[in-house]
Design a protein around this ligand. Structure first.
Ligand code: NAP
Ligand code: MG
Length: 475
């Protein structure tokens, strides 16, 4: 462990109690214990850092083509174990099997995409007097990747694939609730022939293992995905060591439907833009803004679409929405819908075991919503607020009236309006007449409190490097 000041002995005692325990992984659809995973001890975490330091030297020093080949081999093994990885995601995160297969395929594709990076991580040659000036993108060394439980497998690969591609060793801290796919991926990295220790998974609590990585001086960067408060505390802690940090935080994204849109399509797709993964999606379009002149027409189609969402057993290929991740998360979500909440309509959810919550639609004027937490704050559950607006200016004002800025959708057939509104909405990832947010080949990240830096896309590996300038005299 990193040295702690004497004044923090209470915290050290808590760490001693927390370390070395077993964590029971629950199936959120059944509440049954899937398995239990030992959380790393302080000594094991320290050993992992030392191993990562050694691996970074070997991996970072390897010829670019060899790193590329090993990353392709890693992707090939992910492809071989696709079904097993998908089943683990169903068991530990309650994701519908069809989505889980897509997530495992996404992990493979992200690895394949960044396998192209080592041989393309070229610097520049800059014209100067008296010599040759060139830049290099040097790896940082050891990188800590801390991920949440909502999309355990894709979010982990968004961090570790470009970090590895840039020549770093990675210490991956999965969420305590969902360590299983991460553990399997690390085994595949080793089987593919990556140097021992190049990708290590450290299961355990955020306040213990996550904090250990944030505070450890040998960890050069933290790539964090999670909540705003934890992200802010990590940024503050990183500042003490001038440690590099990337933050992917929460969202309260708008889905803006103009009167001239394809209303059928907008209404049919809107439930999936917010209820996908039971709303536990940082890009969930949880604020629907609908132009007043088509509000009633839209709402009747939207209601039919919400009632049509198939909520149930994640193992069933037809299931579209599973349970919430935990009992605690369900309590959090319930608190967003008090007895006097303006519920317009709801979908269905199974009764009995499992952390189920039905898709829930709240509706009212912007003024009537101001006191409602579900309108203001990220719910991270299947709850959406619908508010009518008059014109383009009001739509933009409402869309931007939030400290978040991650994503959003704009539905209109007017190309000029699509471009104007896209430029005016303060968010990192917008889609027009679609709800797509994340593609591995395009940059992803937030404005305002939704984050700092970008992941994915052609430049992601650069965030795991230092740019070095070298001048070589010719005289
Ligand atoms: P969280 O509580 O912030 O946790 C995220 C990760 O950080 C977990 O691995 C957690 O470990 C760890 N952690 C907690 N406290 C820590 C600390 N003091 N130091 C270091 N690490 C710490 O978030 P969550 O509840 O798991 O996930 C939901 C949030 O993630 C939502 O707000 C959502 O919007 C956000 N999210 C953002 C994106 C994006 O790309 N922008 C994507 C997905 C999710 P434990 O879980 O083991 O405690
Ligand atoms: Mg948490």
């Amino acid at each position: 462990m990193t040295a702690k000041s004497d004044g923090d002995s209470r915290c050290c005692h808590e760490k001693a109690v927390a370390l070395g325990v077993e964590h029971e992984v629950l199936n959120p659809a059944t509440e049954a214990v899937v398995t239990s995973v030992p959380e790393v001890t302080a000594a094991e975490a320290e050993t992992a850092v030392r191993r990562a330091e050694a691996a970074a030297v070997v991996w970072g020093g390897m010829a670019p083509a060899d790193r590329a080949r090993l990353l392709r081999a890693f992707a090939g093994l992910v492809d071989r174990d696709l079904e097993q990885l998908a089943q683990l995601e169903v068991a530990e995160a309650g994701h519908p099997i069809a989505s889980a297969r897509g997530e495992a395929a996404a992990a493979r594709d992200v690895l394949l995409y960044y396998a192209g990076t080592p041989e393309r991580l070229s610097g520049r040659q800059i014209p100067v007097a008296g010599g040759l000036d060139v830049t290099f993108h040097e790896p940082l060394g050891v990188v800590g990747v801390i991920v949440p439980w909502n999309f355990p497998m894709p979010i982990a690969t968004w961090g570790f694939a470009p970090a590895l591609a840039a020549g770093n060793a990675v210490l991956l801290k999965p969420a305590e609730l969902t360590p299983l796919t991460a553990l399997h991926l690390a085994k595949l990295a080793e089987e593919a022939g990556l140097p021992e220790g190049a990708l290590q998974v450290l299961p355990g609590r955020g306040s213990v293992v996550g904090r250990f990585l944030v505070e450890h001086p040998a960890v050069a960067k933290i790539c964090f995905t999670g909540s705003v408060p934890v992200g802010q505390s990590i940024m503050a802690a990183c500042a003490r060591q001038t440690k590099r940090v990337t933050l992917e935080l929460g969202g309260k994204s708008p889905n803006i439907v103009f009167a001239d849109a394809d209303l059928e399509k907008a209404a049919a797709t809107a439930p999936y833009a917010v209820f996908d993964n039971a709303g536990q999606d940082c890009c969930a379009r949880s604020r629907m803004l609908v132009q007043r002149s088509v509000y009633d027409e839209f709402m009747s189609s939207f209601e039919a679409a919400v009632r049509g969402v198939v909520v149930g057993d994640p193992r069933d290929e037809k299931t579209e929405m599973g349970p919430l991740i935990s009992a605690g998360q369900r309590e959090r979500v319930r608190a967003f819908v008090p007895a006097d909440a303006p519920v317009a309509f709801r979908g269905s959810a199974p009764a009995g075991a499992g952390f189920w919550y039905e898709p829930t639609v709240l509706a009212g004027s912007a003024a009537s919503m101001t006191g409602l937490a579900a309108w203001r704050d990220e719910v991270f559950g299947p709850v959406v607020c619908v508010v009518p607006f008059e014109d383009e200016a009001e739509a933009i004002r409402l869309a931007n009236a939030t400290p978040y800025g991650l994503s959003g959708s704009i539905w209109t057939r007017d190309t000029g309006r699509a471009i104007r509104v896209s430029r005016a909405v303060q968010a990192g990832n917008l889609s027009v007449n679609s709800h797509s947010s994340v593609r591995y080949s395009t940059p992803f990240g937030g404005f305002k409190q939704s984050g700092l830096g970008r992941e994915l896309g052609p430049d992601a590996a650069l965030a795991f490097t230092e740019e070095k300038n070298v001048f070589i005299a010719t005289d």
